[in-house]
Design a protein around this ligand. Structure first.
Ligand code: NAD
Ligand code: DAU
Length: 348
């Protein structure tokens, strides 16, 4: 297996949850530079990166992945792209699918065209999701998603990610682009926007509010620590086979009720804090990833996802970093860009 090294990465969506964790991780572990291209949509938060702002290996560019000229200019400086930028929340895609098509489908297509006109030598890792495979039944625990499973997305979010995956594969087949796809399960860790279940529940409890559990609480997710995901993405970038898809997962299935009870226990609160609310429309019942391929071929497996210790650490991070999430919940995090870069945010 050959190992590639890179001098400068273009990271799209680096101000979000996984992208910012990835930038911290890659700067700490590799001698690379990073350009972070992010439009600072509602989930982009430069406070996630305040600790490395002065690092001369890091540069933030405020821009949209639908801006082809900007992408072409940035690609001249870079030898690889790690593509996180996307609308990422299922509930928002049920309310309005349009931003998902714009960023996830059209944005990815714009990036692919920019890569095409920049020559064939730049590697792309497209960060996708297990949700493209649809849903598994609860009564067949032996079933898992593997890389050859059919693409059967159910939510508008998952459909937009599936469309972007297919575009990436088509540019590899048609134009020979050096592109790889990762499909990961649910992530948890620091800097996750408090609309997603773990930070929403933890911060609600810290505010004395109840936690809204959808439906019967029996839906199952496969939880992976975000830094395990970042390490897997870096492994795929450096060692992956061009054109391949790699599943990434924690082998750590938990029902939402089990997760909620674990959070309540860690925080010393009782079941009266659970509020059962109407189910999510089209709510996928179970996700479970078979991550044998990346283990067998590239030697990656999770090392930080042991449960419940890793969950406890994450809960503690939100307890210790109340300024961070209170700025998000109050909207104050939107002022950070103006304070640091002297310009007002004009995007949504
Ligand atoms: P996030 O919502 O926290 O971050 C997304 C980032 O992308 C934000 O900083 C946002 O401003 C930026 N962005 C959105 N549209 C953009 C555009 N048009 N141009 C430039 N920047 C744009 O999301 P996340 O949870 O960090 O997810 C990152 C990626 O990982 C997504 O592609 C998502 O599908 C994928 N993924 C997430 C998970 C998970 O559990 N969170 C699991 C598997 C895969
Ligand atoms: O599987 C990977 C995916 O994981 C990523 O592709 C998505 O970007 C990411 O958002 C996540 O999707 P989910 O829909 O699984 O995550 P979310 O945190 O929104 O919900 C997790 C589970 O918790 C899901 O079964 C719905 C439930 N839930 C969620 C919220 C926000 C609740 O019961 N109550 C809630 O308030």
């Amino acid at each position: 297996m050959s190992i590639q090294t890179f001098k400068k990465l273009l990271v799209t969506g680096g101000a979000g949850f996984i992208g910012s964790n990835f930038i911290h991780f890659v700067l700490a572990t590799r001698p690379v530079s990073v350009i972070n291209l992010d439009c600072l949509s509602y989930s982009g938060n430069l406070e996630n990166l305040s600790a490395i702002e002065a690092d001369e290996r890091y540069r933030f560019v405020h821009g949209d992945i639908n801006d082809r000229q900007l992408l072409e200019d940035l690609l001249k400086e870079c030898d690889a792209v790690v593509h996180f930028a996307a609308e990422s929340h299922v509930d928002r895609s049920i309310i309005d699918a349009r931003p998902f098509v714009k960023s996830n489908v059209m944005g990815t297509q714009t990036l692919l065209d920019a890569l095409r006109s920049s020559g064939q030598d730049k590697r792309l890792v497209h960060v996708s999701t297990d949700e493209v495979y649809g849903s598994l039944p609860l009564d067949k625990p032996e079933l898992k998603f593997h890389e050859e499973s059919p693409i059967k997305p159910n939510s508008p979010y998952a459909a937009s990610k599936a469309a972007s995956d297919l575009l990436v594969q088509s540019y590899h087949e048609t134009f020979g682009l050096d592109a790889l796809i990762t499909r990961c399960s649910n992530n948890f860790g620091a800097y996750q926007f408090p609309e997603k279940v773990i930070p929403l529940f933890v911060t609600n409890l810290l505010e004395g509010k109840k936690v809204p559990l959808y439906g019967d609480g029996k839906n199952v997710r496969d939880w992976l620590h975000v830094l395990d995901h970042c390490e897997a993405i870096l492994t795929v970038l450096e060692k992956g086979q061009s054109g391949e898809v790699y599943n990434i997962g924690g082998n750590n299935e938990r029902s939402n009720l089990e997760l909620t009870q674990a959070i309540l226990q860690i925080m010393g609160q009782g079941p009266e804090m659970i509020e059962y609310v109407a189910d999510r429309l089209g709510h996928d019942r179970r996700y479970a990833i078979d991550a044998e391929k990346i283990k067998r071929e590239l030697g990656w497996e999770p090392t930080r996802s042991s449960w419940p210790e890793a969950l406890e650490e994450t809960v503690q991070w939100y307890v210790d970093n109340q300024d961070w999430w209170r700025h998000v919940k109050s909207g104050a995090y939107r002022d950070y860009y103006q304070l640091q870069y002297g310009q007002r945010l004009t995007t949504h």
